[in-house]
Design a protein around this ligand. Sequence first.
Ligand SMILES: [Zn+2]
Length: 299
Amino acid sequence: MALHCWTSARYTIALPEGHRFPIAKYALLRDAVIASGLVPPSALHEPARAAVDSVRLVHTERYVNAVASGTLSEAEQRRIGLPWSESLVERSFRAVGGTCEAASAALDRGVTMNLAGGTHHAFADHGEGFCVFNDVAVVIRMLQRDGRIRRAAIVDLDVHQGNGTHAIFSGDASVYTFSMHGGRNYPFHKVAGSLDVELADGTGDDAYLSALSDALPRVLAAASPDLVIYLAGADSHEGDRLGRLCLTFDGLARRDVMVLDACREVGIPVAITIAGGYGRDIEDSVRVHLNTVRIASQY
Ligand SMILES: [Zn+2]
């Protein structure tokens, strides 16, 4: 059975020369996925815009309106780190739509993937760190509202802590938030999740995978989820500009296998989002994400 993937790479944004956000990554990944033959054209989807009603399950009316109408203040745009434009609005709603459609399909298919998303620094009332809307939070709230799931677990292995996600689900016993990240990395003000594992700068494959194999069974047992959302960030790779960790391509592949095996063992569907990846050579980040597609297509 083919791995179904969603891509919103067509909805790109114009950024000033030298901007740190690697917008090119999304189209490069889509093209690499097509060229690899791992995902047949019939299983590669373009998402609709996420419904405003769904986005509003997480985000405040003021913030959603400010994003949609272009009335974010200069300070709010600086905090997001991306200049406002009509295309940013379109891209933001499409990327959330991709995670919504992927997660809905995961409930029927087992494993699916959005070749975008994982925007875990977005809070209910503001965005930051290149994140406009919190796609992962939106989809969980949407599936709960529709009665398709009761409980969810977030396995956030982006190298940065999922501070926005943690804040959104703080005090909500139906959503278990697990983040394993660089302790000295952004965000410098961390928000406690259900389980946080902080790693030292320079952590390599063995220490990383050992910590992950300790944590995963605990996460799944405590969460007892109907769905796992996995943020398979590429920014813990040793070639990342921002990551400060030292995982190899092989270590990251073993990470993906470990997560998907753990979920399969207990029969829980998984929707994967790509989250961050800021390779000094952006092809390195694309390669990490493509490896995740390759591995996920075997489940
Ligand atoms: Zn990150």
